[in-house]
Design a protein around this ligand. Structure first.
Ligand code: DGI
Ligand code: FE
Ligand code: FE
Length: 199
């Protein structure tokens, strides 16, 4: 499927706001790919399609995930919107003919992140948060700068603010969101220790 065909299909699946956001993520991901040396075409496709399952209702997300045999954990059962990454990757493969595992992984993990993300995973995770149509949240200017300067630092900053927000709302936090945060905090600390010790 070429981009025009993907766009045409996607427009029938998303509301206007979500479609505009998706194109925003597509182009933001492309700019991050320029800067960090990732595959620009893959970044565009993953960005464009990352929320392709977002506009289903919670009931539909659960039903479709079950129907297609996708694993559903406790927090996804409590908050089925969390399934839109996994389900989105399923649709990207089956309905948009995307066979590239790197793109499918980036779509799968775009909401929670995951430990040891690939460069493309991180680019989509970050682009989703910073694209220009997003409403301004706490630290947005700083996070946008970090995205182009230090991707790991940016991932930590986004996860920290997301976890603070979720804790304040007292909603279920997916294990993966927390694990990803601690993984990258450890990674940056180890890097700093090595730098100080000069090894
Ligand atoms: O789909 P988008 O709105 O573009 O962005 P997204 O896929 O990052 O989803 C954003 C929402 O997901 C936001 O309200 C925070 C929420 N979220 C992220 N991690 C978790 C989470 N919600 C819960 N309940 N648990 C999490 O671990
Ligand atoms: Fe999303
Ligand atoms: Fe999104």
């Amino acid at each position: 499927m070429n981009r025009d065909e993907m766009v045409k299909k996607l427009m029938t699946k998303l509301n206007d706001k979500r479609f505009v956001h998706s194109v925003g993520v597509e182009y933001t991901a492309a700019t991050l790919a320029f800067v960090h040396g990732a595959d620009v075409e893959k970044a565009r496709i993953a960005g464009l399609l990352h929320d392709c399952a977002k506009c289903l209702t919670s009931e539909e997300k659960l039903r479709k995930a079950k129907k297609h045999g996708l694993p559903i954990n406790k927090s996804e059962k409590a908050n089925p919107d969390l399934l839109h990454g996994k389900l989105g990757a399923y649709y990207a493969k089956r309905k948009y003919d995307v066979r590239d595992e790197e793109i499918l992984s980036a779509i799968t993990y775009h909401t929670t992140g995951c430990p040891a993300m690939s460069l493309l995973d991180k680019i989509i995770f970050v682009a989703d948060y910073i694209e220009p149509n997003r409403r301004m949240v706490k630290d947005m200017e700083e996070i946008r700068k970090e995205a182009y300067e230090d991707l790991d630092k940016c991932v930590i900053h986004i996860l920290k603010n997301t976890l603070d927000y979720l804790n304040s709302k007292k909603t279920v936090i997916d294990e993966l969101t927390e694990q990803t945060y601690y993984y990258y905090v450890d990674k940056i600390n180890i890097k700093e220790i090595k730098r100080v010790k000069n090894v």
